[in-house]
Design a protein around this ligand. Structure first.
Ligand code: ADP
Ligand code: ASP
Ligand code: MG
Length: 406
């Protein structure tokens, strides 16, 4: 008998028929004598719809209240699953994040799990109940409902698996594993039999939304056996996320990712003197806005331009802040662009190979894709481009850098 944590994503619980399929999967495993904790997302599109509703009222919804709203999507699905299971004759209990005692910090909209008290879960399991926990949510010390950031149900599942010391955490989704790039936009993407925690961390951190990055962090830290697989096809073996091992393919570039969730802000003709960049970026940090890429280019005459990226969700707020700062420091202008995307190539093998960047830039140039910003580390290269070229850039980089090696 095993203790199995399963997580089903939005598409996998998108309608009653699919919830019925999930119920059958879960019932089968339970009947075989296993303990099962199921973590669910909201139905596909529901969280987006709730975000839109709030944004019709204001650009800047109260963050505590927004979390109360967003958490409702998952409440619906856990209840529907348990109603289905009970009607099939299986004992099932739904728990919201706070009922499962998932404690978080109070960073509304991007809360981090700090502790899970598993007593209630263990009691229910000992009574042979199937437990369905609402993903993506917890509560802070004062009892406020918090959410864990988009895609956060993955993290709920892995954290529960770690806290319960589960034998495996299975992430059921609408693709049948982790691929070298998003299979929905690149037909030559290749499914990986296994991937190391570190490479998965990079991929997730740079946009591969098949797993939320914090879920991978938890899995690595607590050695959770993480298995990504298809909710629609049980035959598919999926992808195991594991410690790095010697059998793994050692590719120079192992994956390509993209994200459209950033916006760019540029301040022009900034006085080029100590303390100015600090002033520009401190104001953003003070507003709890996370800056990703930063570049500064020099002009003549003691002036410089500074460009950086922020989450699209914080774009308007960041623009307003910088317009004020520009006045204070005597910069010429502030302008921004929300229609950008960041494409990245990832591979631990890059650190020992030269010419990777040159090859990637050439591939993009051959497709006439202009690179707006670049950032590199030992194991990744990211380029900001115009959003409309995202899919083309992903396919181009994948075919030039990943496919060619294999
Ligand atoms: P869920 O609702 O099940 O959590 P998500 O939409 O969050 O599903 O994540 C699954 C999606 O991730 C896939 O449909 C796919 O488009 C996308 N994706 C992006 N990069 C990858 C990748 N490297 N491998 C697999 N899927 C990827
Ligand atoms: N429903 C939430 C979202 O859409 C959480 C999740 O699906 O993991 O982001
Ligand atoms: Mg997801």
């Amino acid at each position: 008998m095993a203790l199995i944590v399963q997580k089903y994503g939005g598409t996998s619980v998108g309608d009653l028929k699919r919830i019925g399929k999930v119920a059958k999967n879960v019932a089968k495993i339970h009947s075989a004598g296993n303990d099962v904790v199921v973590v669910l997302s909201a139905m596909a599109g529901v969280t987006d719809q709730l975000v839109r509703l709030a944004s019709q009222i204001t650009d800047n919804p109260h963050r505590r209240e927004l979390d109360v709203l967003l958490a409702t999507g998952e409440q619906t699905t856990v209840a529907l699953l348990c109603i289905t299971l009970e009607s099939m004759g299986y004992p099932a209990r739904s728990l919201l994040g706070y009922q499962a005692e998932i404690l978080t910090d109070r960073a509304f909209g991007q809360a981090r799990i700090v502790q899970i008290n598993v007593n209630r879960l263990k009691t229910l399991l000992s009574e042979r109940k199937i437990i369905a926990v609402a993903g993506f949510q917890g509560r802070d010390r004062k009892g406020n409902i918090t959410t864990l950031g988009r895609g956060g149900s993955d993290t709920s599942a892995v954290a529960l698996a770690a806290a319960l010391n589960a034998d495996v955490c299975e992430i059921y989704t609408d693709v049948d594993g982790v691929y070298t790039t998003d299979p929905n936009i690149c037909s030559t993407a290749r499914k990986l039999h296994e991937i190391s925690y570190d490479e998965m961390l990079e991929m997730a951190g740079l946009g591969a939304k098949v797993l939320q990055v914090r879920a991978v962090e938890f899995a690595k830290k607590f050695n959770v056996v993480l298995h990504v697989r298809s909710a629609f096809n049980e035959e598919e073996e999926g992808t195991m996320v594991v410690e790095e091992n010697t059998n793994m393919e050692q590719l120079v570039v192992s994956g390509v990712t993209y994200t459209k969730d950033q916006a760019r802000i540029t301040m022009t003709k900034v006085p080029d003197k100590p303390g100015v960049a600090s002033k520009i970026l401190t104001a953003i940090a003070d507003a709890n806005i996370v800056v990703d890429m930063i570049i500064q280019n020099t002009r003549k005459g003691g002036l410089t331009d500074i460009t950086f990226t922020v989450p699209k969700t914080a774009y308007k707020q960041a623009m307003a802040i910088e317009q004020e700062i520009a006045q204070q420091i005597g910069a010429e202008n502030v302008f921004g662009d929300e229609n950008i995307a960041k494409v990245s190539i990832i591979g631990v093998g890059m650190q020992s190979h030269s010419g990777v960047a040159a090859k990637a830039f050439t591939a993009l140039a051959n497709e006439n894709i202009n690179i707006i910003m670049i950032s590199t580390s030992e194991i990744k290269i990211s380029c900001v481009i115009e959003e409309k070229y995202t899919e083309l850039a992903v396919r181009t980089l994948h075919n030039a850098m990943v496919l060619e090696e294999t």
